[in-house]
Ligand binder design. Structure first.
Ligand code: ADP
Ligand code: ADP
Length: 228
């Protein structure tokens, strides 16, 4: 399954006079590929991701998932997994309840949810954490749980918006390695937004450099690196 973004334009405000936050983006993300969008604050990375998620309506262009035009598919029907920087955990649910939330909503049976939660906790390096209260987790543990929650329904596409930005450097570097391992081992297709070059280059098969609502350069990390 392939994501096709074609000449996408996204504008905030209803009067149409605001400058476009996303201003004509073309991007294809292939099955199993991880593409990072890198660029300064305000260049439109989050807006692009939110449009793919179905949270901002495009003012122009198209987003397709294989042959399906997503314009007619509401956010909750897209089957995409979201992980945002401040997409905090539900505080009143324990770790297992957070990870299993989407599965419950999909009507998955309790025993299958438990199995899946345990499998994901192993995957993110938190075995045995299912019954822990969210408030007892460290920042890094909470991010791991958020990742497990995003992966739980086996999303066809994982949308990550600065998922590690709130963490200190040491923890971030450790989690970059873990995240890469998880994405590779699960073959997950992902679009990864960051303003951190090291993060983008460590994780992505291809990196898109954004500026003022557009992708100015797109290529393998080494390619983009050698032609800044
Ligand atoms: P980035 O993720 O690269 O920091 P954003 O997509 O958040 O960039 O923002 C792109 C542009 O759109 C910026 O000029 C920002 O101020 C503007 N913007 C973002 N969100 C909104 C919003 N909800 N309403 C109006 N303008 C917004
Ligand atoms: P990020 O760049 O990581 O999205 P921001 O601090 O730019 O974070 O935005 C935080 C929130 O404020 C987002 O929901 C974004 O859509 C909104 N926002 C950003 N810029 C504007 C703006 N100019 N007007 C209104 N809302 C905005």
């Amino acid at each position: 399954m392939t994501l096709h973004i074609e000449d996408l334009v996204v504008r905030y405000g209803s009067d149409g006079t605001a400058p476009a936050a996303v201003d004509g983006v073309d991007l294809t993300v292939a099955d199993g590929e991880v593409v990072a969008l890198l660029g300064p604050s305000g260049c439109g990375k989050s807006t692009l991701l939110r449009a793919v998620a179905g949270l901002e309506p495009p003012a122009g262009g198209r987003i397709r998932w294989d042959d399906t035009d997503l314009a007619r598919v509401p956010a909750h029907r897209r089957g995409f997994g979201l992980m945002f920087q401040d997409g905090v955990l539900f505080p009143h649910r324990d770790v297992g309840g957070n990870i299993g939330y989407g599965l419950e909503r999909n009507g998955v049976r309790r025993i299958a949810i438990r199995e899946r939660v345990d499998e994901l906790l192993d995957l993110v390096g938190l075995p045995g954490f299912a019954g822990r209260a969210v408030g007892t987790l460290s920042g890094g543990q909470a991010q791991r749980v958020a990742l497990a929650r995003a992966l739980a329904p086996r999303p066809r596409l994982l949308l990550l918006d600065e998922p590690l930005a709130a963490l200190d450097r040491e923890l971030r570097e450790r989690l970059i390695g873990d995240l890469r391992e998880v994405l590779r081992s699960t073959g997950t297709t992902a679009l990864y937004v960051t303003h951190d070059q090291g993060e983008a280059f460590a994780l992505a098969d291809r990196v898109g450099l954004m500026d003022a609502g557009r992708i100015r350069q797109l290529g393998a990390p080494a390619q983009v690196w050698s032609h800044p």
